[in-house]
Design a protein around this ligand. Structure first.
Ligand code: RNT
Ligand code: ZN
Length: 416
C-alpha cells in the first residue's frame, strides 16, 4: 500500500470519499491576481509604480517583471507549479497600451487583446479590475466620490469602460468575467460630510450601472473596506455602504480578508451574505496587524473560510480571488505559495467529515464535534495533497524550493 492509499482508507473511516474530493477540487477555479508579479505597478508607463490609494508594497527583491512579456513568462512558470483550474485577474493598468500614453478614461478592448489571446493559449479565463489608484486624479484621495466634478467624470468614464471591456472578455472566453471595483476614496482624519461623500458615490455607481450586461458576459463586484493607510478615519465605500448598495441593486460584494479588524472572523460573514446574495467575490489575503496583503498561508483563517464555503453548500456561487503582494521575497515563490495555500485550504475543507460533525453538533455533543476536529487535524492530509499534486502534474511540495530557485537563477537574475 502506498502512503496515499493508507491515507485514503483512514479518511474513509470517517465517511469521507477521497477520490470524489480530489475530483471536485480540480474543478474549483482560483482567480490568480496579476499584480503579485510587479508590485502592483502595471504597464502604463515604463517606470510605473504603485502610488497612493491606501495600499502599499514594501521590499525590493530583485527580478520583478518589467514588461508584459516578462509578467506572462512568470505567470506561465507559476501556473506550471500549481494544480487545478485557474483564472487570471487583470488590473486595468496592465493593458498593452503601445508607445503612447493611454489614460484610464481612454482604455479599450484592443488594449487587452493580447491578454485574451494569451489566456486562450493557457486555458485560463480572465477577470478584471478597474484601477482607481496610482494616478494624479486620485492623489487627493477621492475618485468616484469626488466633489470635483471633473475628477468624478473621469473615473466614471473609467468604470464604464472597464465594464464594457469585462463584458467583451466574457464574450471572448465564453465565461463571465468578474469585474471588481475597488476605490480608495476616504480621508485620513475626521470628516464632516460623510453623508455627502457617500451620496456622491451612490450617484456615480447608479450612473455606471445604467448599462446592463448579461450575467453570462460580466458581473460586477463591489469591494468593501474598513480603512486604509491615509484613510484611517473614513472610507466612503464601507461595508455597510456596499452591503446595502449591492443588496438593492443586485450586485455582488467583494470581501477582502484584509479589510476588517484583524481579529474579526471573516468566515463567519459568508453565511449571512450568501443567504441574501446569489454570489460573492473573495479576496483571499493575509493581513498582519493591518491590511498588509502578506502572502496567503495555509492557516486557520484561510481554512475557516474554505470550510464555510463547503459547509454552506455555496462553493460554486463563490468566486475565489487572491489579493496579496510582497516585494521582499522571490515574487514567483510568493505567488505559488499563496495559490497553493488556498488550494490546500479547499482540500482541507472538502476532506472534513461533514456528516459526522453535523451529527455530533445536532445531538448536542459539542465535545465530540470538537474532538473530531482535533482528530482531523492530525490525519495524513499531506499524503492526499501530494497525490493531488501528482495527479494534476504540479510540483510536489518537496521539489518546490528547488524549482523556484532554478527559475530565479536562470530567469530572474538576468533582470537585475
Ligand atoms: C485594496 C484592495 C484592492 C487592491 C487591488 C490591487 O485595499 O484590496 O483589491 O488590493 O485592487
Ligand atoms: Zn482586495
Amino acid at each position: 500500500m502506498t502512503s496515499f492509499e493508507l491515507a485514503r482508507s483512514r479518511y474513509a473511516r470517517y465517511g469521507v470519499d477521497v477520490e470524489a474530493v480530489l475530483a471536485q477540487l480540480e474543478t474549483v477555479p482560483i482567480s490568480v491576481h496579476c499584480w503579485q508579479g510587479d508590485d502592483v505597478g502595471g504597464f502604463e508607463k515604463p517606470d510605473a509604480t504603485l502610488g497612493g490609494g491606501g495600499i502599499q508594497v514594501t521590499g525590493n527583491y530583485p527580478g520583478k517583471a518589467r514588461t508584459i512579456d516578462e509578467l506572462r513568462q512568470d505567470l506561465e512558470k507559476v501556473l506550471s507549479l500549481v494544480g487545478g483550474r485557474h483564472r487570471l485577474s487583470l488590473h486595468a493598468s496592465y493593458g498593452e497600451f503601445g508607445p503612447a500614453f493611454v489614460d484610464r478614461d481612454q482604455i479599450e478592448e484592443s488594449h487587452f487583446q493580447g491578454w485574451v489571446d494569451w489566456a486562450k493559449k493557457m486555458g485560463v479565463h480572465l477577470d478584471f479590475n478597474g484601477t482607481f489608484f496610482s494616478h494624479p486624479l486620485a492623489d487627493d484621495g477621492f475618485t468616484l466620490a469626488s466633489k470635483d466634478e471633473r475628477v468624478r467624470r473621469f473615473w466614471i468614464e473609467h468604470a464604464k469602460r472597464c465594464r464594457r471591456i469585462a463584458a467583451w472578455m466574457g464574450r471572448e472566453q465564453g465565461s463571465p468575467c468578474i469585474l471588481d471595483t475597488w476605490i480608495p476614496d476616504g480621508t485620513k482624519d475626521y470628516t464632516v460630510d460623510k453623508f455627502g461623500y457617500r451620496s456622491i458615490l451612490k450617484e456615480s455607481l447608479d450612473e455606471i450601472f445604467e448599462t446592463e450586461y448579461p450575467a453570462y458576459e460580466m458581473r460586477d463586484a463591489l469591494e468593501t473596506k474598513l480603512f486604509g493607510i491615509g484613510s484611517e478615519a473614513f472610507v466612503v465605500g464601507s461595508h455597510e455602504f456596499y452591503m446595502n448598495y449591492a443588496a438593492r441593486s443586485g450586485k455582488m460584494l467583494c470581501i477582502d480578508m484584509g479589510h476588517f479588524h484583524t481579529d474579526e472572523d471573516v468566515a463567519d460573514k459568508l453565511s449571512s451574505i450568501l443567504l441574501f446574495d446569489d454570489e460573492v467575490l473573495l479576496h483571499i489575503s493575509r493581513p498582519m496587524r493591518w491590511d498588509s496583503d502578506h502572502v496567503v498561508l495555509f492557516n486557520d483563517k484561510v481554512k475557516m473560510v474554505a470550510e464555510e464555503l463547503v459547509r454552506s453548500g455555496k462553493l460554486e456561487q463563490v468566486h475565489i480571488g487572491l489579493d496579496f503582494f510582497d516585494a521582499s521575497i522571490n515574487r514567483i515563490g510568493a505567488w505559488v505559495t499563496g495559490i497553493r495555500s488556498m488550494r490546500k485550504a479547499l482540500l482541507w475543507a472538502l476532506l472534513q467529515p461533514m456528516d459526522l460533525l453535523m451529527e455530533y453538533e445536532e445531538s448536542g455533543n459539542g465535545w465530540a464535534a470538537m474532538a473530531l476536529s482535533e482528530e482531523q487535524a492530525i490525519l495524513p492530509f499531506g499524503d492526499v495533497w501530494d497525490e493531488y499534486c501528482r495527479r494534476t502534474g504540479s510540483a510536489l511540495e518537496g521539489d518546490l524550493i528547488d524549482l523556484v530557485t532554478e527559475y530565479e537563477e536562470q530567469v530572474l537574475r538576468e533582470r537585475a
